[in-house]
Design a protein around this ligand. Structure first.
Ligand SMILES: [Zn+2]
Length: 144
């Protein structure tokens, strides 16, 4: 099962939808979340944190190692492994991707009813345009 939950950043300005692959890591493993504004005040520590397009996620590495050792055969656990392996990262490609996808679905719903083939075409086009945009802004999950 893959759970997602919503977290507010440290300053309270932003929120993010988070994804926990196979529910291996509990949500407490994410110690703190910093949006591009509150991230400016953070003393970045690469041993516990990962940066993505201005955001910072800070993990409880000891807890992460414990839970990952129980469920996987992973030898080295780093913030990159946690994020890139989707054990605790964005739901979708960015903090708000879930909402953006829902918005796009709503917008294209009338087209889906009218012309399924065009809908699929349009969806594919919009998605790939969006991924290109995200890549240009350096979003990690869009780049991989
Ligand atoms: Zn913030």
């Amino acid at each position: 099962m893959c759970l997602h939950q919503k977290r507010t950043c440290a300053c309270g300005r932003e929120e993010a939808f988070l994804f926990h692959r196979d529910n291996v890591l509990p949500e407490e493993v994410l110690l703190a979340l910093y949006c591009p504004v509150c991230a400016r005040e953070v003393d970045f520590d690469a041993s516990t944190m990962i940066r993505d397009a201005g955001w910072i996620l800070e993990y409880d590495m000891e807890a992460a190692r414990f839970y990952l050792a129980r469920r996987t055969s992973m030898a080295r656990v780093s913030p990159e492994v946690i994020f890139d392996g989707d054990y605790c990262s964005w739901y979708g490609l960015t903090p708000r991707d879930l909402e953006e996808s829902a918005r796009l679905n709503r917008e294209l719903e009338p087209l889906r009813k009218r012309d399924l083939r065009r809908y699929i075409e349009e969806m594919r086009l919009r998605r790939s345009r969006r991924v290109e945009e995200l890549k240009a802004h350096g979003w990690r999950k869009a780049l991989r």
